[in-house]
Design a protein around this ligand. Structure first.
Ligand SMILES: Nc1ncnc2c1ncn2[C@@H]1O[C@H](COP(=O)(O)OP(=O)(O)OP(=O)(O)O)[C@@H](O)[C@H]1O
Length: 237
């Protein structure tokens, strides 16, 4: 029996009269990286936002080890150990790298943040070199590292990554794959949305495909042995 961290059942989200998620359901297993695939507009970001409390589902369940999160505000979900790195990254551009990172420790009231900060710097030596610089002076890839590092500062049980490769170079995609491996080694469970299928299949253990607001496909990445064509057809056709 797989050890499940997050259980989503029959999740419905609508923006006004427009239904986006229409009964989506899936599990995220402890310690894995699950990637959420689907065509543009299929509801991937909406699912992430419903999990972390940015949008309110009209029905359904989001259960983190038995604690119901559906409909709870974002700060309450964050307090349960669910951190999101959104596409926008949401850094404070005029604060230093280090101050941006320290803000991530607020869930734990700033406790032991020195130790966690040292760990983040060990994972991202480039951020240590740039710790006194304003976040806005960093490259896009470095800003993404700050956003991930800030989420790590909260020592999340579940980390949601929405398009970590977004707008960044192919070299940086390699870096993201490496970072995801390290996060898993640190015991973090990941749910990721990623349009770059090379990265998605390289970094993820399992995938699911959303279409018309429901999960229509899914499986183990390793079991596909590199043959991704059927999945790609299922996403886009
Ligand atoms: N706040 C909002 N208000 C109204 N409509 C929205 C809102 N956010 C998203 N939508 C619409 O909901 C649909 C699903 O959007 P969502 O961002 O979840 O899709 P996605 O699968 O992540 O797409 P993409 O791959 O393009 O990022 C889209 O048609 C989008 O325009």
């Amino acid at each position: 029996m797989p050890d499940t961290l997050l259980t989503i059942r029959d999740l419905h989200v609508a923006y006004g009269p427009k239904p986006i998620l229409r009964g989506a359901g899936f599990d995220v297993r402890r310690g894995e990286c699950l990637t959420l695939l689907g065509a543009n507009g299929s509801g991937k970001s909406t699912a992430m936002n419903a999990i972390c409390g940015f949008v309110r589902p009209s029905a359904g369940s989001v259960s983190l080890e038995g604690t119901e999160l559906a409909g709870r505000p974002a700060h309450a979900v964050f307090a349960q150990g669910v951190a999101q790195v959104s596409q926008a990254r949401d850094l404070f551009p005029d604060l230093t790298v280090e101050d941006n990172l320290r803000l991530g420790a607020m869930r734990r009231g700033g406790r032991e943040s020195g130790e966690t900060l040292a760990h983040v710097y060990a994972r991202f030596p480039r951020l240590k070199e740039r710790r006194a610089q304003a976040a806005r002076t960093l490259s896009g890839g470095e800003q993404q590292m700050v956003a991930i590092g800030r989420a790590m500062m909260s020592r999340p049980r579940l980390l949601l990554l929405d398009e970590p490769s977004g707008g960044l170079s192919p070299q940086f995609c390699e870096e993201i794959a490496r970072i995801i491996e390290q996060l898993k080694a640190d015991g973090v469970t990941l749910l990721m949305v990623e349009q770059n299928l090379n990265l998605a299949f390289r970094a993820a253990d399992r995938f699911i495909v959303l279409r018309d607001g429901r999960v229509v496909d899914g499986g183990d990445v390793a079991a596909m042995a590199g043959d991704h064509d059927a999945i790609v057809r299922n996403i886009y056709l």
